[in-house]
Design a protein around this ligand. Structure first.
Ligand code: ATP
Length: 410
């Protein structure tokens, strides 16, 4: 199998420019130099994507996913290291990247497609398909600056997928379109996969990555901190999210001393405390019935201390919506609550109080972190299995009981 994308030891430095020197004295001393600071958005990244594979890039905000994708697309040059790509690359990067606001949608199609290496004749033969796919209708001859974010995205995706690319780079576009368009994009991605094309896919949604990708890399602060099959990569990402920590944190920094070291969970194999079960129950519904929005719920976390030495732990809780977005994250240390002392076997009961969640399906994850060593001892999650029903007809993750009144001022 040949390699389609080969990233070798790539680092990318950005120069963060500070306010210019104000006084004449400062300008004379610094002789016209612009004050700046170096920021390494990518550090020694190496990865390979084989022909026909779909590989996900996961990571928290600012971890470097888009920068890496832009380097692969050739939009950014790595500061050090090398990238080799085999075949025509089409990229659907950030919203409207590559579009010129003053031009119409149609003119932008020609501009974009020609930048991707297509001849005028090729573009003319595809333009109807692109316009159909984008569902822009009569707006195709309007300037794109009047487009909504959904229209921008649809047009960008339509251009990228109709370029007949060998390699498709997709950055989070599916988050913007409506549900119909998302389904259409996913169908297109699946047909690309069947045709043996290579895809690199950035998303915050573990569910999407799980359903689309063959494997994934996890980035944290510009470094690859994990890779493997999608489930493993999502677990590593969760560890990092739960830990709120980073491998690049300085362990000698007292601020980081209590933070868990996520990699221990996977690498040490030395589990001193196990989370043996995890259940959630509504106080009024009980059992395994769906929760009612606004109801109090209780989490029952079964634990087992394996070495029978009492262990002081920080308890962490995270709730994610169906797209994998965090709805809530907190832990006893951050909330300045006392640590839990666990001995033998038992249950940790967590009263969640009223849950003002909108109707939907949620994931709940819990973690235990050793208070003294900062090691992540164990975590467990109920993935997409916590169903919440809501009487209100509103939408969104928050069920809000708002009231209105009119204050007349004249
Ligand atoms: N042109 C730039 N100049 C300076 N810093 C930049 C530039 N582009 C990105 N960065 C910084 O590099 C880091 C990585 O950004 P990047 O957009 O690659 O992250 P990301 O993982 O894609 O984040 P998100 O999930 O929020 O899109 C961030 O700290 C960002 O602020």
């Amino acid at each position: 199998m040949s390699i389609s994308v080969d990233v070798r030891d790539v680092s990318k430095r950005f120069r963060l420019v500070h306010d210019k020197y104000n006084s004449l004295k400062e300008r004379v001393i610094h002789a016209g130099r612009v004050p700046h600071e170096d920021f390494w958005a990518l550090q020694n990244i190496s990865l390979q994507v084989n022909e026909g594979e779909t590989v996900g890039l996961l990571g928290h905000n600012g971890s470097g996913k888009s920068t890496l994708l832009k380097c692969i697309a050739g939009i950014l040059q790595p500061t050090t290291g090398e990238i080799a790509v085999r075949g025509r690359v089409a990229s659907m990067l950030e919203l409207g990247a590559g579009f010129s606001d003053e031009l119409s949608g149609r003119a932008n199609i020609f501009l974009n497609a020609s930048l991707m290496g297509m001849s005028k004749k090729e573009i003319e033969s595809k333009i109807d398909d692109i316009i159909d796919f984008a569902e822009i209708g009569p707006f195709i001859d309007n300037q794109v600056r009047f487009y909504s974010s959904g229209m921008y995205t649809r047009l960008g995706f339509a251009v990228a997928v109709n370029m007949d690319p060998h390699i498709l780079l997709v950055d989070e576009v599916l988050a913007v379109g409506d549900e119909n368009f998302q389904r259409k994009c996913i169908d297109k991605i699946r047909s690309f996969q069947k045709e043996g094309r290579t895809i690199v896919f950035v998303s915050h949604s573990p569910d999407l990555v799980r359903s689309i990708c063959d494997r994934a890399y996890v980035l944290d602060h510009g470094k690859i901190v994990g890779q493997g099959n999608v489930q493993d990569a999502i677990s590593i990402l969760r560890d990092f999210q739960m830990a709120g920590s980073s491998l690049v944190n300085d362990p000698s920094d007292p601020a980081n001393a209590k933070k868990p070291k996520p990699s221990d969970h996977h690498n040490s194999g030395e589990k001193r405390v196990l989370i043996s079960s995890l259940e959630i129950q509504g106080e009024s519904t009980g059992g395994s019935a769906p929760l009612q929005s606004g109801d109090s719920a209780i989490l029952r976390v079964g634990y087992e201390v394996l070495n029978y030495v009492p262990t002081d732990v920080i308890f962490g809780l995270e709730i994610l919506d169906a797209k994998g977005e965090t709805v809530y994250r907190g832990d006893t240390a951050t909330l300045e609550m006392p640590p839990l002392t666990l001995v033998g076997k038992g249950n940790i009961l967590v009263r969640l109080g009223s849950l003002p969640l909108g109707e939907g399906v949620y994931s709940v994850s819990v973690s235990l972190v050793d208070l003294h060593g900062g090691t992540l001892l164990d975590w467990r999650s109920l993935d997409n299995s916590v169903k919440v029903l809501c009487q209100q007809k509103s939408s969104g993750v928050l069920a809000l009981n708002f009231t209105t009144f009119v204050e007349q001022t004249i």
